[in-house]
Design a binder for this molecule. Structure first.
Ligand code: GLN
Length: 549
């Protein structure tokens, strides 16, 4: 019988429910349990695909092309759970389905209401996760208890526990225990308040996970237990992690959260927990032997969550090379004002990530030009590939005014243009080229060597592509099309031969990287950047020695 864990949040948003849920998934998986993970988001967008990264952070894409919340990225990086369209529902998606049913007449004349129709729809979404080979489903409820828009979800999970039996469900509530400097005290009242809100709607939490910047003394834990009606042993501290998000599962394991869950849900088949490899990985992260600086030229650089998976992937590659990866976030405009040489002086590599619309494009192109001409390792992702193609067309092939039709509809040289299937598309939501597509890699290329495979699968999220009408001319000047769709009709990867590492892909490899299994392209990009760093260092040393002599 599949068991259910519901993770809710209280007091404030941004407590790290996603990371906590992912960590629970990881701990249970490491105890030999088969898990699935799901997030229910109370906002009205059908999916986060139409939201600005400023609003909601990165849009994470699954193999099946579902555009999801970035927390699903944590789920995939922390666990092996299979994620698909059923793993992220929003109020928009749920209402869309209810309204479609109403229009079809499925409700047979009934008045369609939040309770029971919307709540039933939510319960169905949760039920979709249940299967004979699933021991535990972890469902995270977005938002905070007390939010108006979250009400139907809390009501639905309350009912769900009654439907499947309370002994098969566990309510885990994440709260904040703030430290008040002026009083010199940790405050438990907000936690009590948010548990009261939960109980008012009929949910008694089984486990409280308390986020705190300091150690919560036993006395305070006892107080929380008493006022919130949970056992002392079910009050778990989750201290802020300054070093890395990958510490979260370890600290929860140290506080015996996995055992608590196993006991409460009667998961007798669970095996003992072994976190030794994870611990070793964190030790490596803490004591890196080297350091590289990667210049990152993007539009949303002020917003850390906007490129979450890319930053994580850089860290994963760093762990592999025993290297701390410093990210130098560069505003495109600043790069133009300062000049690429100056702005990139301290960089060992350049990364241009994905993005939309023309703001900042000139700075990206200029940075890429500098990298191409000076041998600075370059890695382009999606828009990064498109910018590299434009740069090459303009400055190597000599096609003046070359551009993407996304940025200049009347360009004389549309080297990047709309996918054929995209012409005539008018709706924004869910209409990009999305999800996993196979890519065939050309023998003898760096891209193929990095992957060590002839055919690979990568996730996509784009509308534009390299214009085939220009491929011959670009190739004649040395641009290598190292990856294409299996029928050769779409460019998937490009590279340059006479350069240490100049590789760009149309896909988003950052969605497939894991802490202990870095993505091969990130791994090789960091390797090249590290080589460059070492070469520069020894150059400086010998210059110093020459002056000294
Ligand atoms: N804006 C470009 C396109 O739609 C690139 C998209 C991206 O980088 N994700 O093709």
């Amino acid at each position: 019988m599949t068991k259910h864990i519901f993770v809710t949040g209280g007091v404030v948003s941004s407590l790290g429910k996603g990371l906590t849920s992912a960590s629970i998934g990881m701990l249970l998986e490491r105890r030999g349990l088969r898990i699935r993970m799901q997030k229910l988001d109370p906002y009205l967008n059908v999916d986060p695909g139409t939201m600005s990264p400023y609003q909601h952070g990165e849009v994470y894409v699954l193999d099946d092309g579902t555009e999801t919340d970035l927390d699903l990225g944590h789920y995939e990086r922390f666990t092996h759970a299979v994620l698909n369209k059923d793993c992220n529902y929003t109020t928009g998606k749920i209402y869309l389905s209810v309204i479609e049913k109403e229009r079809r007449g499925d409700y047979r004349g009934k008045t369609v209401q939040v309770i029971p129709h919307v709540t039933d729809e939510i319960k169905n979404c949760i039920r979709k996760m249940v299967a004979p080979d699933v021991d535990v489903v972890i469902t995270e409820i977005g938002g905070t208890v007390g939010d108006i828009e979250g009400m139907p979800y809390f009501e639905a999970i309350r009912q769900f526990a009654l439907d499947v039996g309370k002994q098969n469900c566990l309510f885990v509530h994440l709260t904040l225990v703030p430290y008040l400097k002026a009083a010199g005290e940790l405050k438990t009242k907000p936690t009590q308040r948010s548990v009261r809100d939960l109980r008012e709607i009929g949910i008694q939490p089984d486990i409280l996970i308390c986020r705190s910047e300091r150690e919560i003394p036993d006395e305070e834990c006892k107080k929380i237990a008493l006022f919130c009606n949970v056992e002392r042993s079910a009050v778990i501290e989750e201290r802020d992690k300054e070093f890395s998000i990958y510490e979260v599962p370890l600290s929860l394991a140290d506080n015996r959260l996995d055992q608590l869950i196993v006991d409460k849900l009667g998961l007798t088949q669970a095996r003992p927990l072994d976190m030794s490899d994870w611990r070793a990985m964190l030790d490596r992260m803490r004591n890196p032997a080297h350091e590289v600086t990667i210049a990152f030229v993007g539009k949303y650089i002020k917003h850390r969550d906007a490129y979450k998976s890319v930053y994580e992937s850089l860290d994963h590659a760093g762990i592999f090379h025993n290297t701390r990866v410093r990210v130098l976030r560069l505003e495109s405009d600043k790069l133009i004002a300062e000049g690429a040489e100056q702005a990139l002086a301290g960089a060992d590599g350049l990364l241009v990530p994905g993005g939309f619309d023309k703001r900042g494009i000139d700075g990206k192109i200029e940075a890429i030009r500098y990298a191409r001409e000076t041998g600075l390792p370059f890695f382009g992702i999606c828009l990064g590939l498109q910018c590299a193609t434009i740069e090459f067309a303009r400055n190597v092939v000599g096609l003046e005014g070359a551009n993407s039709t996304e940025f200049d509809k009347d360009t004389p040289h549309p080297v990047v243009c709309l996918l054929e299937e995209q012409q005539g598309v008018t709706k924004i939501g869910g209409t990009l080229r999305l999800g996993a597509y196979p890519c065939h890699l050309k023998a003898g290329t760096k891209t193929r060597a990095a992957y060590g495979a002839e055919v690979v699968s990568e996730r996509h999220r784009h509308r534009y592509e390299v214009n085939n009408a220009y491929r011959e001319r670009l190739a004649a000047h040395g641009l290598i099309f190292s990856g294409t769709s299996p029928d050769g009709s779409l460019v998937e990867a490009i590279e340059l031969a006479d350069h240490p590492w100049f590789v760009a892909v149309q896909s988003h490899p950052e969605f497939l990287s894991k802490p202990m299994r870095p993505h091969p392209l990130f791994r090789e990009f960091i390797r090249a950047s590290l080589d460059r760093h070492r070469a520069k260092k020894s150059e400086r040393r010998s210059a110093g020695a020459a002056i000294g002599s």
